[in-house]
Design a protein around this ligand. Sequence first.
Ligand code: GLC
Ligand code: CA
Length: 553
Amino acid sequence: MTPALPWWSGTVIYQLIVRSYSDGNGDGIGDFKGLAARLPYLRWLGVNTLWLTPIYPSPLRDGGYDITDFTGIHPDLGDLASFHRFLTAAHSQGMRVILDLVLNHTSDLHPWFQRARWAPKGSSERDVYVWSDDPKRYAEAPVLFRHFEASNWEWDPVAEQYYLHRFLRHQPDLNYENPWVQDTMLEVVDFWLDRGVDGFRLDAVPFLFESEGSRCEGLPETHTFLKRLRERVDRHGRDVLLLGEAIQPVQEAAPYLADDELHGAFNFVLTAHLFAAIASGRIQQLGECLMEAEQAVCGPRWALPLRNHDELWLGDGHLISDEVIQTIRVGLPQGQGHWLNWGINRRLAPLLNGDPRSNRLLHGLLYSLPGMPCLYYGDELGMGDWPGLRDRDPNRTPMAWTPARNGGFSTAPDPLLVLPPITAPGYDYRVVNVEVQKQLPGSLLNWHRRMLTCRRLLPALRHGSFRLLHSPHPGVLVYLRCTEAMTVLVAANVTAAGASLSLDLSEWAGERTREVMWGCEFPPAAAEWFVNLPPYGFNWWLIGEVEPAATPA
Ligand code: GLC
Ligand code: CA
């Protein structure tokens, strides 16, 4: 008998920011009460896992990734009781919940840091963070938030030493050489697992340890700690998802997926290559990247995002080549401006100039490639952004629910809102919102729902094997997803022109082929099987006599 698959195999992850999602008490800030009331929508949409960006007490200098208490709930969002009510409701509606867990650093207002800076040099309290008398240590570690910080070190006049911060100066790095730090963070993991959460998105995992003469990313000690973390999680005796955020080339991200380490990791290289494919109209490098990821680790363990709450991270030439970065910058409609740190600070729809065709194509790939697709809240509507807001706030504005005031996000007066709802031309919440799109059969929202329904009915797309087929067209990616019982063929045209091509399906000669979305029959498979794809067109076909689990309504 084949072992049961873990719950997260092939799951569709929906990432959301609680404070921007839905306001349940009318104070202008999204909260757990509001989110709980939106669960039926998420169930209707067809996502299975909710990833919540940090929900902990925080001064919010970095969107909550600067934490002052790892076992509390930010008072704006509710309390442990309202979190519990939300979690129970999510579970009862068949959804899993994973929390963002920030292991690498705390807020500078965390009591541990305040204690450390006032404690004597060399004391155990001081040792909870990484201090130095010399700000030139670890000089090869890149400054990640280069638009906000010039160095990874900050002078602390109280401690009279420099402290390390790989992110903002308000986020001192914890010292993982210190066993107390390791033990205490593992207790945090226990705390949330005891409260029933289903897993964690592990923020910034590569940076836990430092070493002179390296980029200070993914060091052996970091992997040793992550194995400890895995072992700790396994003690809970149930399937928990550990999903790592390592913005690294595939070969450097893959080690996090060793059998005794994390279950999943984001494939940010693939994200970049998806955009590069659209930008260049060519699929060769995308295909190579897929093969590399597949060979490194079996496909379903990669999480696949298009966009998230950060800038579209392209990096300093380490993640993807300068040439690919250039392709994206020059080739994407909105690739030139809006540069923040090492990436492009725009939401998906505006990044594609509002073109629904490329938007659907990218999601069509995401939903059929091996892995866990990650949908960023609002992208199911093609929601816009507000360039000009500070830092990454352009991508974090309130979800648009209805054409009513504030997009139905909150009843509070405008000045109290967490961020302004989108009223930009083409993206105005009076048009781009859940209520309106639900009623329009051809809307992006209804399309997502249908795609997710099809995906649910086709096990091959969730955990089937992956095989790239030879494509006679430089702009059309062709692949198969197969289980023993089912073969799904995908062809995707990344160019802005129509594509006409013939595929060699002699392996299945004479078998029935049916397009998945609407069930329409195509000519039987043959050595020369012709397909026409419109600009940015794509299709999924079932090959053979298999019946999907049921017909999508
Ligand atoms: C991750 C988060 C980002 C945050 C950073 C520091 O990269 O995605 O939003 O600013 O870590 O915690
Ligand atoms: Ca509220």
